[in-house]
Design a protein around this ligand. Structure first.
Ligand code: G3P
Ligand code: CA
Length: 411
C-alpha cells in the first residue's frame, strides 16, 4: 500500500470534503474517485460489526475510535412506526427474543412494538461484555454517531416489511438540523437493495445521494438509467466481475463493495479501483490504507486456511469444515481459549491447554471428532450440531482469550 498517502485526521477530513464533490457530482465524481491510486472511502459495516454487536450504540461508539469516513446501519420499522436498527428480518440471531418472547422468535421485527423491542438484549448474543445493549432508534444513532469526521450510511432494510419506511426516515432526517449538516457536508447516504424504495427516497430528498445495492446490472442501459437518480452502486465483492468496475464508472456511478474483512481481500478490492469499501473491521482498513500494521496486536498465530465446504458432509466426524491455525513464530504458543468468529459471529473455540509448536498447525473443527494433541496432527473439535462456515465464502477472525484481535482471514 506504499503508493497511498498515510492519512491523518486532517487528510481524513480532506477526503470527506472530496467525497462531497464526488457524491454530488455524478460522473465527474466517479472520474475523481475511480483512480486505483486514490484511497477509497471507508465504511464501517453495521457500524463496527466485527468487534461489537452490529447496529448497536456500542458499535457506534467503537466506530468513532476506528476512524472510517462513514458507518452503515440498517433501519426497519417497529409495528408502531419507530425506525429501529436491525439487519435480519427476525430478531432470533441478534437478540434474546427466544427467552423474552417464547414462540415469537420467527416473527418479523415489524411484528413487535417499540416498547417490546426495548425489552430485548441486543448485545449478549455477541459477548457477555455487551450484555444490556438495546436496539437503538435512528435518532439515537445520530445522537451517538454525530461526529465532525464521520458520515452515516442509512440502509432502508426490507422496506416491503416496513410500510412507510421511506417517509418515516425522511421525517426523521427533516426533524434534526444535524442530519442536514451531515447532508450538506456530503456525509449522508441512503442505500437499499429495494431500488424503488431508494428511488422514492431520492425523490423526497434529492440533496442526499443514494446507492442501489445488488449484483451489478448486466445491461449498460440499465446502469445508465440507475445513474439518472443514484450516485453509487454497492455490490458483494465476491461476485464482482473485475470488468464491471469500469462499466459502473462509465455509467457515471461510484462503486462500493461489501463486506471486505481480511487485509488481503481489502488489498484486492482497492487494487480493482473501487471507490468505497465496506467492512466489519473499519479500523483494519483505515490502518492498512495509512500504511500501518492493519492488525496491530498480531502475534504470529495466523489463520492459514478455512475449509467451509469440506468434501462430503461439513459435519462428518473427524473431517468436516474447519479452520487451520499456524504458529509462524519460532516458539510454542499456548492458544487455549483463543476463539474464531465468522462474519455473523458464530464462535469456534480452542480447548484449554492447546499449544502450537513453532511453525506448527492446529485444526479447529466445527463438528464432532476425537481431539488430538500431537506435533504434526493437532486437532480440536467444537462438536456443534450444525455447520456454520459459509460454503461460498466467509471471513474468520481470530481472538485471544482477552478479546484481542490477532488475525482475519477470508476465503
Ligand atoms: O453496505 C451494504 C451492505 O450492508 C449490504 O448487505 O446484508 O449487510 O445489509 P447487508
Ligand atoms: Ca446493511
Amino acid at each position: 500500500m506504499a503508493r497511498r498517502q498515510a492519512r491523518t485526521v486532517g487528510t481524513s477530513i480532506a477526503l470527506a470534503a472530496g467525497m462531497t464533490v464526488a457524491l454530488f457530482a455524478g460522473s465527474a465524481g466517479a472520474e475523481q474517485l475511480s483512480d486505483a491510486t486514490t484511497d477509497p472511502i471507508t465504511i464501517g459495516h453495521r457500524a463496527s460489526a466485527g468487534l461489537a454487536p452490529e447496529n448497536t450504540l456500542a458499535a457506534v461508539e467503537l466506530v468513532k475510535e476506528q476512524g472510517p469516513d462513514l458507518f452503515e446501519i440498517d433501519v426497519q420499522l417497529s409495528s408502531d412506526g419507530v425506525p429501529v436498527m436491525m439487519h435480519d428480518a427476525t430478531l432470533a440471531r441478534t437478540t434474546d427474543v427466544e427467552e423474552v418472547f417464547p414462540g415469537r422468535e420467527g416473527d418479523l421485527v415489524n411484528d413487535f412494538t417499540y416498547a417490546e423491542l426495548q425489552q430485548l438484549d441486543a448485545g449478549a448474543w455477541f459477548s457477555e461484555r455487551f450484555a444490556g445493549e438495546r436496539i437503538p432508534t435512528l435518532g439515537e444513532i445520530l445522537d451517538h454517531g454525530y461526529h465532525p469526521d464521520l458520515g452515516i450510511v442509512i440502509e432502508l432494510k426490507n422496506p416491503a416489511d416496513s410500510p412507510g419506511l421511506v417517509d418515516v426516515v425522511v421525517d426523521e432526517l427533516n426533524s434534526d438540523p444535524r442530519w442536514n449538516e451531515l447532508a450538506a457536508d456530503g456525509r449522508l447516504t441512503a442505500i437499499s437493495f429495494d431500488l424503488d424504495a431508494v428511488r422514492d427516497f431520492h425523490e423526497l430528498r434529492p440533496d442526499i445521494p443514494v446507492m442501489g445495492l445488488g449484483g451489478v446490472p448486466q445491461s449498460d442501459a440499465e446502469l445508465e438509467a440507475i445513474a439518472e437518480w443514484a450516485t453509487s452502486w454497492g455490490t458483494n465483492y465476491r461476485t464482482l466481475d473485475p470488468a464491471d468496475v469500469d462499466r459502473v464508472h462509465e455509467a457515471g456511478l461510484l462503486l462500493n463493495v461489501y463486506t471486505v474483512n481480511s487485509p488481503a481481500h481489502m488489498e484486492y478490492v482497492i487494487d480493482l479501483g473501487v471507490d468505497m469499501v465496506t467492512t466489519d473491521f473499519p479500523g483494519v482498513l483505515v490502518d492498512l490504507l495509512a500504511g500501518a500494521e492493519p492488525i496491530p496486536d498480531a502475534n504470529g498465530v495466523v489463520i492459514s486456511d478455512a475449509v467451509g465446504d469440506a468434501p462430503g458432509d461439513d459435519l462428518q466426524p473427524e473431517h468436516g469444515e474447519h479452520v487451520v491455525l499456524t504458529n509462524t513464530t519460532d516458539r510454542p504458543v499456548n492458544v487455549g481459549g483463543y476463539y474464531i468468529n465468522d462474519a455473523v459471529i458464530n464462535t469456534l473455540v480452542v480447548g484449554r491447554g492447546y499449544l502450537i509448536p513453532a511453525g506448527g498447525e492446529l485444526r479447529v473443527y466445527t463438528g464432532p471428532g476425537t481431539n488430538v494433541r500431537k506435533p504434526g496432527d493437532s486437532r480440536f473439535y467444537n462438536d456443534f450440531g450444525r455447520a456454520v462456515l459459509n460454503n461460498g465464502g466467509d471471513s474468520v477472525a481470530l481472538f485471544t482469550p482477552d478479546d484481542t484481535l490477532v488475525d482475519i482471514y477470508a476465503y
